[in-house]
Each structure stands twice: as structure tokens, then as C-alpha cells.
Design a protein around this ligand. Structure first.
Ligand SMILES: [Fe+2]
Length: 227
């Protein structure tokens, strides 16, 4: 399509988002299936339902403008989802896969937020207040999903980090004395360099704190799905 005005850019951007959302809708079932983390499954499932509503909002806006929502392939989203697929195909350990899927999903959310933020600004300048409201609803949903993923990542990243410690201890166990010494050195370095030992210890052994966080997340994800 020929692009000469802000309205042309607006239509093109809406079609781009429509393509992006439909690609996400297609990719999410596999991400839901591949994660073994219950709360992450709930978060992805919840976002799938939101994505369906977001697609309907874009259809409403395009109808209002008298244009078709289809017409452009979002190559940015295609690339982000291809990276998520590559991660799954690598068959990582379950905790590492969950942590990696959160990272991929947050890349997707931030990409969408950039697109919706721009379209909302265009809609405001072009005087489509009803579009501004619809786009803002989607923007809020994307932002809330991103925040929820950040909260989930706090526990899941630690679990993936523990997986690394298990791999290391198995490796050192097999390779004898000098490796064990190396293991101790590495553990000390790890504790000192990134304060990982203290943070991890307090998060794991401090069951009350971790339990409270998990409880609040559980209630949040339950509220989101209306469970
Ligand atoms: Fe979306």
C-alpha cells in the first residue's frame, strides 16, 4: 500500500498488529503444552484468551476505518516466534525451558507494547478517541501480562539456576578430586561474585517469603482466569 500520510501509517500499523496477534494466537498452544510450570501455563492460557479479544478490537477499528485488517505480514513477530520455536526445539531441561519461554514471551509483549503505544498516539492525533480507548485496553493487558511474567520469572529463574548447580555437581562428582576442588572454587566465586548464594539461600530456605510470594501469584493468576 502507498504510504503518504499519518493515517496511512496508522492503517499499516494496525494491519501489522493484526498479523502479529494472529501469529501469537497460533504459537501459544505449543508454548502452553511445552511448559511444565502450572502458573506459567495459566498465564499463557489467560493471554491466549486476551489475544482473541485483542484481535476483535483491531477488527472493530479497521471496520470503523473502512479497511481490511489483513494485508501485511508482521516479520518482527515472525522472527520473535521463530526464536521461541528454536528454544523449544533445543529441548532444554524443563526449568531452563520455562525460564527461556518467559524471556521469549516478554520479548513478544514488549514488541506489542511498542506497536500499540504508537498506534494509540496516532489515533489520538487523528482524532479517533474511540480507537484510543480500545488500543489502551489492549496496551494495559499487554503490560499486565509482562508484569505477571516478571513475577513468575523470580521463582522460575532460580529453579533454572538450581538446575545448573545440579549439572555441575554431577560433572564434578564424575571427574574426581581436582574437579571437586574446582567445584568448591567455582561455588565460592559464584557466591561472592553475584551474591547468588545468599539470594538463592534466602529465597529457598526462607520458605515463608517464597511461599507468600507464590500464594499471592496463585491468587493473581486465579483472579485473571476467573477461577
Ligand atoms: Fe497481544
Amino acid at each position: 500500500m502507498e504510504i503518504n500520510t499519518l493515517k496511512d501509517l496508522y492503517v499499516e500499523g494496525l494491519q501489522d498488529l493484526y498479523s502479529a496477534e494472529n501469529q501469537i494466537l497460533k504459537a501459544l498452544p505449543r508454548m502452553i503444552k511445552k511448559t511444565s510450570h502450572r502458573q506459567l501455563q495459566v498465564a499463557f492460557t489467560q493471554h491466549m484468551k486476551e489475544t482473541e479479544r485483542q484481535i476483535q478490537r483491531l477488527e472493530r477499528i479497521c471496520k470503523d476505518l473502512g479497511v481490511k485488517p489483513k494485508g501485511k505480514k508482521c516479520h518482527g513477530m515472525e522472527g520473535l516466534l521463530e526464536e521461541a520455536k528454536e528454544l523449544i526445539d533445543e529441548k532444554p531441561a524443563p526449568d531452563a525451558l520455562d525460564a527461556g519461554l518467559i524471556s521469549k514471551a516478554q520479548h513478544v509483549e514488549h514488541y506489542e507494547m511498542a506497536g500499540y503505544g504508537t498506534m494509540r498516539t496516532y489515533a489520538r492525533i487523528l482524532g479517533f478517541q474511540n480507537h484510543v480507548d480500545l488500543l489502551q485496553q489492549t496496551l494495559d493487558e499487554e503490560g499486565n501480562t509482562d508484569k505477571l511474567l516478571t513475577e513468575l520469572s523470580e521463582g522460575i529463574n532460580l529453579d533454572a539456576d538450581e538446575g545448573e548447580a545440579e549439572v555441575e555437581s554431577r560433572r564434578f562428582g564424575r571427574s574426581g578430586g581436582s574437579a571437586k576442588k574446582g567445584g568448591a572454587k567455582r561455588a565460592a566465586k559464584k557466591a561472592g561474585a553475584k551474591k547468588g548464594g545468599a539470594r538463592k539461600g534466602s529465597a529457598r530456605k526462607g520458605g515463608a517469603k517464597r511461599g507468600a510470594r507464590a500464594g499471592s501469584l496463585r491468587s493473581r493468576t486465579s483472579t485473571l482466569v476467573g477461577a
